[in-house]
Design a protein around this ligand. Sequence first.
Ligand code: NDP
Length: 295
Amino acid sequence: ETSAKIIDGKSIAKQIRDEITVEISRMKDTVGVVPGLAVILVGDRKDSTTYVRNKKKACESVGINSYEVHLPEDSTEQEVLKHISGFNDDPSVHGILVQLPLSSHMNEQNILNSVCIEKDVDGFHPLNIGRLAMRGREPLFVSCTPKGCIELLHRYGVDIKGRRAVVIGRSNIVGTPAALLLQREDATVSVVHSRTNNPEEITRQADIIIAAVGQANMVKGSWIKPGAVIIDVGINPVEDAKSAKGYRLVGDVCFEEACKIASAITPVPGGVGPMTIAMLLSNTLSSAKRMHNYK
Ligand code: NDP
């Protein structure tokens, strides 16, 4: 019985953050520039508040200045747009992040469109996604979660070129850009979604699986080709009486079964999650470098 190698996202993310810290201090010493990230949070959703707090803490830990605007739930779209416009014009801000989801009375498209693409560190602007989809074009930023997935494959020395990859999920922020990135890396990519017939059979062809569904333990052992590499993006709370909080987090892939069949797999938590934040820091640093023409 084989046992898959565990892809340690937490420690790779730590390594990346250390690299970023060194670069930021070098940039500060040589050209006096400190990268800045602006975060806009609307309302008090518990998960969003936690994500924003973690992003701010991560910024501090590597030497990025963070600027937070926290608006009440009943703010107007105009108010959000006003803050984005202020950050667009502010030279000390190199990245702007609007925490999603926004409340339903706001038009998410208008808001994401208004972030200038040079500061779109989340990579959610349609121009950045469009360029990602086009051959011969380069996006200024790629969204952090899919970028983190590919970075994990690279740092673990996983060959992507010519391999069969299956992405489960097609959201704008994870599944679709993950599929586009794999295709740019010369994988042959299939995308499985909620209307796919026989997703198990398609997934079983994959050398590389990226699961971004939001369904606890959906991908069973029988879905997995022996030796496949699995990147599990899903974060799903399941009841757990033994845990102090009454729940624990699991991925989209049944970890126990997958471990016996795959050659490598990311754990949840401790896999893709920490990489997402590391990529946000990395995008903010690249943005500051680009704006100041600093190599
Ligand atoms: P969405 O809900 O936006 O998208 C889910 C996708 O999964 C959709 O494309 C949907 O298909 C597909 N899907 C749903 N049910 C099934 C099914 N039974 N079979 C096949 N496909 C299905 O989610 P996100 O992309 O935003 O996030 C996905 C997961 O990743 C979540 O658990 C989320 O918490 C986690 N996440 C983790 C991050 C991290 O940093 N680790 C960052 C972002 C998200 P259809 O398009 O047909 O509806």
